[in-house]
Every structure is written in structure tokens, then in C-alpha cells.
Design a protein around this ligand. Structure first.
Ligand code: SF4
Ligand code: SF4
Ligand code: SF4
Length: 578
């Protein structure tokens, strides 16, 4: 590869051709400030925060300026500093500055830059138009008063997710980022994936905060409050307390949940193992009986909503299995309630999810069993961190020892990997292999479905049956895969789709990683590595070997896909295209 040699602030740097000045500076450990830039998502050079002196007549935006041979770049001249400060002061003049109570305080790129660059927040008088908040959806809150028009959310939604639920509307001072035709977000085709929240540098997009509902339930003596954390939460929660990205904090997380006052701490990982029992059985039955193929996974509520809006004709291809969160909730309010002698109406199930779309899923009428919601409230990893902070629990110093409660919390290594793209597929293949081969297969790793390639494919022959599988993460990649399937270019038996890029580890409810940090670490890979380590640490690594899942079938459900399973663990979907 051709290399380019340049000098940045007197440091000689050699980078591959095509590298931007911003990336070259990072390589030389020189930090150029950015606001609208977000690696691989938004590289539009619009905000002018990253201006540098490249020797030309005007300053250049480093995020879009390609490095060239012999270039001499200065990132810290008086003119550069003055230009950046002016940009920042103009943004602040029009910004609702409520840092004390803002959900992003101390994790806000604007706040951090204002402090770093010594900006005067009152230097200019802005238009300061007051906009109403969009609080209509169960998942996302839009606050245009805090928006700095960087368009990172627009790129995430339009270019990565290929949805385009939000964009710039109006002109000049009246420009805001919003759905078209003055709709609120609930009235659009938004799938509530929250990728826009994760992209936002400030507090203009956030999840609907449900922590008050959880506190109220815990304080209610008539409620038996149980909690179930999802696989991906345990490799991200620590980041909210200053730990490295991807650190496994399963033990500390369970300790914190106990201290918050939950009556029982169960685990969505149990629901994940149960999902595999149901989903693998459904797949094999569809193959045997000529059901709709390929069968798509149905764990990701953003993906489900995407199909319902855009490809309703493919609804029969969606597995009828509920997600692990919903399965866990349904089993808690039936099997566990019966065993513990508790009225299911008194049980309040809180799910802790890496996902904002789960809030929407929890309140779908299609998920109810006998008129009762299986999950009462779904909070994000970020909300759980807020509760831990509010309770003044010293998370980092908590013991690392897991304190899950018995009956519906045991899990195998197949469960944690649900949080990474390809994980559900791998877990299903582990079980399908044993069923089709009629014996226990020692090899449990399916490398072909691991990793961050947008679309992954694998063909495995199990018990003489050839199984063709594909994995897509992000709805943008799923759209491409559907195109290939519909055109006949590709045929599969089983397809895993996760709405978020990288899978749940990078869900819209996970700790927000700044643009600066994203240039150093890929949070998707770092968190996934934590989940694969959790898998390897387990003695049992196949869902059908989970002793408590076996007991559940023996004592309560009967067989996978049986009558009781259908009543509790399967669902149907809704055409939302009209
Ligand atoms: S978005 Fe940032 S700068 Fe604005 S109020 Fe919130 S923390 Fe402060
Ligand atoms: S939640 Fe997802 S679909 Fe909705 S606006 Fe944000 S990125 Fe787009
Ligand atoms: S909502 Fe956030 S990400 Fe979107 S344009 Fe405004 S500040 Fe940028």
C-alpha cells in the first residue's frame, strides 16, 4: 500500500494513502477536537470544530481533508484555536444549557469541549427558540432544544440502519432534526433501535426513563419485584463506572441488583437457553414439514418492527418464538409463580436490556399471556447504572461473586453469546448439531458466524442434512440480505438478524462511547470478546444441557413447541406497512 509522509505539529507521520488528517493525527497521538465526526458513521466536515492549518489560505476540516505527501499541518495556532472557540460559542448561544440536570452531563462531548477550549457560553445571543419535547414513543425522547445539528443521528438512521425516520426539516435558524411532516417519532417507521441516541454527542436524544417505575415497584410492599439482566448488559455496565470497555461484571451486577432491593435476581440467559430449545425445534420442524423458509430469528424487537413496516410479506418467515426477555418473563409469571406460591398478578418483572426497542416490545399486546404483561418494565443498561449511582452503591468495589437466585437463572455458555452478532445462530447450531447427529458433538465453536462482517454465511452438514445459514447485523445489512433472498441470489434455511450493528452489545441502551474513544476501540468487538470469554468459562455450553431448562420441560412445559410452550413462549406479529 502506498504510504504518505506528512508532518503534524512537527511530528513526522507516515500513513496509508487515503487517510484523513484527523486519523493521521490520532496515529501521532495528537488530539484534534471533533463534534459532527463519528468514525464510519458521519464524516461530513460540517461543524468545523476540527479545523487545522494545512498551509492553504483558509483553515481545513481535518475529518475530511486527505493527508498528502509533504503536507505540513498545524493543529494549535492562534487562528485555529480562535476559529474552534468561535464555532463552539455560536453553538452554545443557541443551546439549552442545563448541564446540572442533563442526562448526558459528564458524558457530553459539547460540555467537555466547552471546558477544554475555555468557551464563553454567554458571548453571543442566539435565537433560542423553545421546542416541545417528543415524548410520544415508549422508547425514545427527542429534545430539539439540546440539538447541535451535527447530523450524526441522521447518518446512523439513514446510512447505517437504512431507515430515515429523522432528518433536517425547516431552514436557517428554524432547522431542527425531526421526522418529516411534523410527525412525532411514534408515528413514523422508527424501530426504536436507539442507534441515533448512541451517535448523539449531547442530550438531544435519550431513552424514555422508566427508573421511577422500578423504584416505585421496589417500594411497594404488595409487589414481588424480580429482575432479569440480558447477556450484553454484563459486558458494558462497568463502563458507566469507569471500567474498560468490555469488562465482564456479571458478579458485581448481581450484587448491585440485590442491593437495589429486588426480591429475586434471575437471568435472561436462562430465557436465552430456553429460546434455543424452542427455536431449534421450530427450525427443524419447518425443514421437515415444509414450513416457510428461511426462518428468521425473532429476538430483536427492532428487527421485528422493521419487517412489520417494510417487508410484511415476510412475517411468516419470522420465528414465532418470543425473545429471551419475554420467555423469561412468561416463565417467571407461570412456572416460578406456581412453584413459589405467589399470585402472578403480584409479580413485577423488570428487565435490564442493552436495548431501547425492548421498551416497545414489553408493551406489545401480542406478548401478553392471559391479559398479563410478562415484562412490566424494561430499562436500559444506562438506566440501571443511574439507579446504582442514585443508590450510592460503590459498584467497582462490589464483590465479583454471582448471586443469581435459583430455578430460572441457570445458563450455559450458549446463552451469553446471544449478545454478539452470530451468537444466536451459533447457539442454535450447537443444539441442532446434537439433535441431528444423535450424539454430543464436542466442537462448539462456529467461527464462520462470528465477527463484524455485515453479512456472514455458513453451510454445515449435520446428520446428513445440509443447513445453510446467514447472519446480518444492522437493519441496513438485513435489507441487503432480504434483497438477495427475494431475488433468488441466495437461499438459506436459517437467518439471524439483529437490528443493531454488532448485535445487542452495541444496542441503543448501552453506555455511550464518545467519538474520540471510538477511534481507539471498537466497542462492538471489545464487548463481544467479553461474552465469548463468559461462554468459555462455563462448564456446559449447549442450551439443551441446561439442567434447569430440562427440569422446566419435565415438570411444566412438556416438550419444546408443545401446547404449553405455544401458549407461553410463542407469539404473532402485526403488519404495520399500511
Ligand atoms: S447536552 Fe451537554 S452541554 Fe447541553 S445541557 Fe446537556 S450536558 Fe450540558
Ligand atoms: S431509533 Fe433507530 S430507527 Fe428510530 S430514529 Fe433512531 S436510528 Fe432511526
Ligand atoms: S439530535 Fe444529537 S446527533 Fe442528532 S443532530 Fe442533534 S445533536 Fe446531532
Amino acid at each position: 500500500m502506498a504510504m504518505i509522509n506528512l508532518t503534524i505539529d512537527g511530528v513526522k507521520v507516515s500513513v496509508p494513502a487515503g487517510t484523513t488528517v484527523l486519523e493521521a493525527a490520532r496515529q501521532a497521538n495528537i488530539h484534534i477536537p471533533t463534534l459532527c465526526f463519528l468514525k464510519d458513521i458521519n464524516e461530513i466536515g460540517a461543524c468545523r470544530m476540527c479545523v487545522v492549518d494545512c498551509g492553504g489560505r483558509s483553515l481545513a476540516a481535518a475529518c475530511v481533508m486527505p493527508a498528502s505527501e509533504g503536507m505540513v499541518v498545524k493543529t494549535n495556532t492562534p487562528a485555529v484555536r480562535a476559529a474552534r472557540k468561535a464555532v463552539l460559542e455560536l453553538i452554545l448561544s443557541n443551546h439549552e444549557r442545563k448541564c446540572l440536570s442533563c442526562v448526558r452531563s459528564q458524558n457530553c462531548e459539547l460540555q467537555a469541549l466547552a471546558k477544554e477550549l475555555g468557551a464563553d457560553e454567554t458571548k453571543f445571543d442566539g435565537a433560542n427558540i423553545e421546542y416541545p419535547l417528543d415524548t410520544f414513543s415508549p422508547s425514545i425522547v427527542r429534545d430539539p432544544n439540546k440539538c447541535i445539528l451535527c447530523r450524526r443521528c441522521v447518518s446512523a438512521c439513514r446510512n447505517v440502519q437504512k431507515i430515515g425516520a429523522i432528518g433536517a426539516v425547516n431552514r436557517g435558524f428554524k432547522t431542527i432534526i425531526a421526522p418529516a411532516f411534523e410527525k412525532n417519532i411514534l408515528e413514523t417507521n422508527c424501530i426504536f433501535c436507539g442507534q441515533c441516541i448512541n451517535a448523539c454527542p449531547v442530550g438531544a436524544l435519550r431513552e424514555k426513563d422508566d427508573t421511577d417505575k422500578v423504584w416505585a415497584a421496589i417500594a411497594d410492599p404488595d409487589k414481588f419485584v424480580v429482575v432479569q439482566p440480558a447477556p450484553a448488559v454484563r459486558v458494558a455496565l462497568g463502563e458507566e463506572f469507569g471500567m474498560e470497555i468490555g469488562t465482564r461484571v456479571t458478579g458485581k451486577m448481581t450484587q448491585a441488583l440485590k442491593r437495589l432491593g429486588f426480591d429475586k435476581v434471575f437471568d435472561t440467559d436462562f430465557g436465552a437457553d430456553l429460546t434455543i430449545m424452542e427455536e431449534a425445534t421450530e427450525l427443524l420442524s419447518r425443514i421437515k414439514n415444509g414450513g416457510a423458509l428461511p426462518m428468521f430469528t425473532s429476538c430483536s424487537p427492532g428487527w421485528i418492527k422493521y419487517v412489520e413496516h417494510n417487508f410484511p410479506e415476510m412475517i411468516p418467515n419470522l420465528s414465532t418464538c418470543k425473545s429471551p426477555m419475554e420467555m423469561e418473563g412468561a416463565i417467571i409469571k407461570s412456572y416460578y409463580a406456581e412453584k413459589a406460591g405467589i399470585d402472578p398478578k403480584k409479580i413485577f418483572v423488570v428487565a435490564v436490556m442493552p436495548c431501547t426497542s425492548k421498551k416497545f416490545e414489553a408493551q406489545r399486546p401480542e406478548m401478553e399471556v392471559g391479559g398479563l404483561r410478562s415484562v412490566d418494565v424494561s430499562i436500559t443498561t444506562r438506566e440501571l447504572a443511574r439507579m446504582i449511582k442514585e443508590a450510592r452503591i460503590d459498584f467497582v468495589k462490589l464483590p465479583d461473586e454471582e448471586v443469581f437466585d435459583e430455578l430460572v437463572a441457570e445458563s450455559t455458555g450458549a446463552a451469553p453469546i446471544f449478545g454478539a452478532t452470530g451468537g444466536v445462530m451459533e447457539a442454535a447450531l450447537r443444539t441442532a448439531a446434537d439433535v441431528l447427529e444423535g450424539k454430543s458433538i464436542e466442537e462448539v465453536k462456529y467461527e464462520a458466524v462470528r465477527g463484524l462482517e455485515g453479512i456472514k454465511e455458513a453451510t454445515v452438514v449435520l446428520g446428513g442434512v445440509e443447513l445453510k445459514a446467514a447472519v446480518a447485523h444492522s437493519t441496513g445489512a438485513a435489507k441487503e440480505l432480504i434483497k438477495r433472498i427475494k431475488s433468488g441470489e441466495a437461499t438459506y434455511h436459517f437467518v439471524e438478524v439483529m437490528a443493531c450493528p454488532g448485535g445487542c452489545v452495541n444496542g441503543g441502551g448501552q453506555p455511550i462511547v464518545s467519538a474520540f474513544k471510538r477511534m481507539e476501540v471498537d466497542q462492538r468487538a471489545a464487548r463481544a470478546a467479553g461474552l465469548y470469554a463468559e461462554d468459555e468459562a462455563k462448564v456446559l455450553r449447549k442450551s439443551h444441557e441446561n439442567p434447569d431448562v430440562k427440569k422446566l420441560y419435565d415438570e411444566f412445559l412438556g416438550e419444546p413447541n408443545g401446547h404449553k410452550s405455544h401458549e407461553l413462549l410463542h407469539t404473532h406479529y402485526t403488519d404495520r406497512s399500511k
